[in-house]
Design a protein around this ligand. Sequence first.
Ligand code: ATP
Ligand code: MG
Length: 299
Amino acid sequence: MLLDRLPERAAITQLLDTARAGHSGVLVMRGEPGVGKTALLEYAVDSAAGLRVARVAGVESEMELAFAALQQLCAPMLDKLGSLPDPQRAALGVAFGLSTGSAPDRFLVGLAALGLLSEVAVQQPLLCVVDDAQWLDRASAQALAFVARRLLAEPVALVFATREPCEEFRGLPELPVGGLGDGDARELLGSVIRGPLDERVRDRIVAEARGNPLALLELPRGVPGVPGVAGASGSPGRIEENFRRRLAVLPAATRRLMLVAAAEPTGEPALVWRRWCGGRQSGSASAPRSSRRRRTPDF
Ligand SMILES: Nc1ncnc2c1ncn2[C@@H]1O[C@H](COP(=O)(O)OP(=O)(O)OP(=O)(O)O)[C@@H](O)[C@H]1O
Ligand SMILES: [Mg+2]
């Protein structure tokens, strides 16, 4: 359940209503790791009744692959390719690896992406959700920023979430996402503690988390005497370090499975499983007997 976030929810609702009324809108949500950007994007998707939804997330390991993210966003819309002017269709075809040719003109790719989204939105208002924009490949970030700046009367809502300011998105409407208020922070903390908790310990966790929901959910694992949770953790940076440590003690096969799952952009369990099984059959990922019995990591 999403706690707090009234101004952010209102901004999202307004954006969606604007698209429903036939006009475009853009929001760039920015905030530190774990602050709740993806949770707000989920809220946008859940609230997008009547809109078609297109989603993409930047993938750190694909940052060097030009147009990787744009391709993922536009792939379900390629049936509209025929509606684009020839030079744009050709540029997008090369960018997405549908045809061969020299490196496409980025202006033409931007125009083509704009044309494609607009064409889709003619049939139904469109919500485009771009998560982890800090990891977009540069070519996709430029194309999406280009689209964001030129959308006018098209019923397209474009929402980005990013940890850091992106050069490409400068000047677009920003929605800073900060920590939860004290009351909501305590409520979220209370939702993961099973049993009585010393008031001073509770205060310390709330103070250290600074309203960051991920910290509130993970910090208690690092505090001795906190009932119902185990482990070690800290601020957003330390939380990442904590995950790293918890991963390090998992069996090699489990870690490899998690790596495959993390690298798989669609989040499709069947696909992850097939790749995982394929890797094991080829002998590159054979697991020790004991670790194969372990089904999933205990996160
Ligand atoms: N307003 C909220 N109320 C309750 N739980 C929340 C809220 N916001 C976020 N959370 C929870 O906190 C955790 C972190 O949130 P989320 O994944 O959205 O962060 P993020 O900003 O996207 O982080 P990252 O930059 O690492 O992607 C999730 O488990 C999410 O469900
Ligand atoms: Mg996120």
